[in-house]
Design a protein around this ligand. Structure first.
Ligand code: ADP
Ligand code: MG
Length: 480
């Protein structure tokens, strides 16, 4: 059919009624995203023929609204017993023929005529270019920090797997594994590696479209698209990239609509063999508040974790950062001292070094160990009692080979309940948290539960050597 096909006013009124009824059923947001762009092309031989601008939309409309469209059409015009939805782009690209939607039950619907003008002429038809142009207007990606490169990333035992995986993805012209999932605690270099990958690909494969952003920004963009009724543009934007990188995916835990959208984006890209790289603060299987199907998909490719730093890595990082800052006169003793004492994460380590450098610069004195201790007094104190309940839970879960989530879960099976008690016991011993505070961190348990756990483990330790050794070992690891 051609663009100049003329619809009778009767047909137009029927179409308006169908649209109006659908809009009432599915709501404004879904209607604007999916149904508004549907254009009626013709009614012939008992069939309503409609077009949409993309194949993706065709599939979505057919699977979600196909039956309803047919029913409503039959209600508006009893002669119509099937609908056909196919792709029609404005470019000369061939339309893809869709299978007619199945046609069974009829339903009587009282249709009211709508007054809205109908988008039947090509002038009012939503065109794919419109979406694409609009999509470019909003800035979806985040900018890259030029300091976060592979060259500036110091590799050691705790991060060698993550580094190797990141390099492989960045160097490879194809998709070596999908997705790459990088995870680790805060300040351990996830964002650094993500930026390094993005910068490297942009440099080496400038024709590949790389989109990097945080999960938070993804959500923000999505919600904004919903609000300004621009979901198509949003989808087009995200589905048109070669490499999609989402940082801090844990952010969308519990945010169901965003998660759903992310899941579809993820699947669409994987189907097209586009590279996806994701970071999170824990492994896919430990991501609470993320749907099971999503969690399992996140673990399909390569999952690489970044462990807490060890002394050597910290020293290496300090040397590298001092060098980059042009500070060649920092005594080795000072670097070693910092590497020993600032163990929380790389961000703090960097912050400590910067403070020392800034101070010496400011007062015009050479850096000494004593001066360093003076300048960093508060930070050092904070690092002294740095064992957190989260650390304890993580270590204990690893040690007993249970899911981190079981530290908060309600499961009472001995296999998880005992390790949980051990973790509560250590939390009481190694942190200054109160019993109610500890209880809260274990899935909102009561302080009496914590008290009971502490007592229980104390008792068991008397006779159970293995348990006792486990606890000593865990304590040493946590205090290391
Ligand atoms: P995350 O995203 O895991 O919270 P970041 O990537 O933001 O952590 O890292 C925090 C800081 O530590 C950044 O300034 C980063 O450059 C630095 N950093 C982390 N790991 C390394 C490393 N292995 N080598 C050099 N710098 C590092
Ligand atoms: Mg980060």
């Amino acid at each position: 059919m051609s663009d100049s096909f003329v619809l009778s006013s009767e047909t137009e009124a029927q179409w308006a009624a169908v649209r109006k009824a659908l809009k009432a059923e599915v709501g404004d947001a879904a209607f604007n995203s999916w149904l508004k762009p549907v254009v009626l092309a013709a009614v012939r031989e008992g069939q309503a023929v409609m077009t949409v601008p993309t194949r993706f939309m065709r599939d979505w409309v057919v699977s979600h609204y196909g039956d309803r469209l047919r029913e409503l059409w039959s209600g508006a015009n009893p002669e119509i017993h099937s609908v056909d939805i196919h792709v029609k782009t404005v470019q000369a690209r061939r339309g893809v023929e869709a299978q007619p939607v199945s046609n069974e039950a009829h339903e009587e619907t009282t249709a009211e005529a709508a007054s809205a003008p109908l988008p039947v002429s090509s002038a009012t038809r939503p065109r794919i270019e419109d979406y694409e142009n609009r999509a470019e207007v909003f800035d979806v990606g985040a900018s890259l920090d030029p300091r976060f490169t592979f060259d500036n990333f110091v590799v050691g035992k705790p991060n060698e797997l993550a580094y190797a995986a990141a390099r492989r993805v960045a160097d490879s012209p194809s998709v070596p594994f999908n997705p790459l999932f990088l995870y680790g605690g805060v300040g351990l270099g996830k964002t650094h590696l993500m930026h390094a990958i993005a910068a490297h690909i942009r440099d080496r494969f400038p024709e590949r479209k790389v989109l990097y952003l945080s999960a938070e920004k993804f959500m923000y963009q999505f919600i904004r698209a919903l609000r300004i009724k621009n979901v198509m543009a949003f989808k087009q934007q995200f589905r048109s990239v070669d490499v999609l990188m989402i940082d801090d995916v844990q952010f969308i835990a519990g945010k169901n609509t965003t998660q759903e959208e992310f899941f579809h984006t993820f699947n669409a890209l994987v189907d097209q063999n586009r590279q996806i790289i994701i970071s999170g603060d824990r492994s896919p299987s430990d991501l609470d508040g993320i749907e099971e199907r999503m969690r399992s998909r996140l673990g399909w490719g390569l999952v690489a974790d970044i462990h807490a730093t060890d002394y050597e890595l910290r020293l290496g990082i300090l040397q590298s950062k001092a060098e980059q800052a042009g500070a060649t006169d920092v005594p080795v003793r000072v670097l070693e001292f910092l590497a020993h004492r600032i163990t929380s994460n790389v961000r703090e380590l960097e912050g400590a070094l910067n403070r020392v450098l800034a101070y010496s610069n400011l007062v015009g004195r050479a850096i000494t160990l004593e001066g360093t201790q003076e300048v960093l007094r508060d930070l050092l104190r904070a690092n002294d009692r740095r064992v957190t309940i989260e650390d304890i839970q993580k270590r204990v879960a690893e040690h007993y080979n249970i899911r981190l989530a079981d530290m908060y879960s309600a499961r009472r099976a001995r296999a998880v309940a005992r390790p949980r008690q051990v973790a509560m016991y250590l939390a009481k011993q190694l942190t200054s948290r109160s019993l109610p505070e500890i209880g809260r961190k274990f899935g909102g348990r009561d302080h009496t539960t914590v008290m009971h756990a502490v007592k229980k483990i104390d008792e068991l330790r008397q006779d159970d050597n293995i348990l006792s050794e486990d606890i000593d070992l865990l304590r040493r690891m946590l205090e290391a």
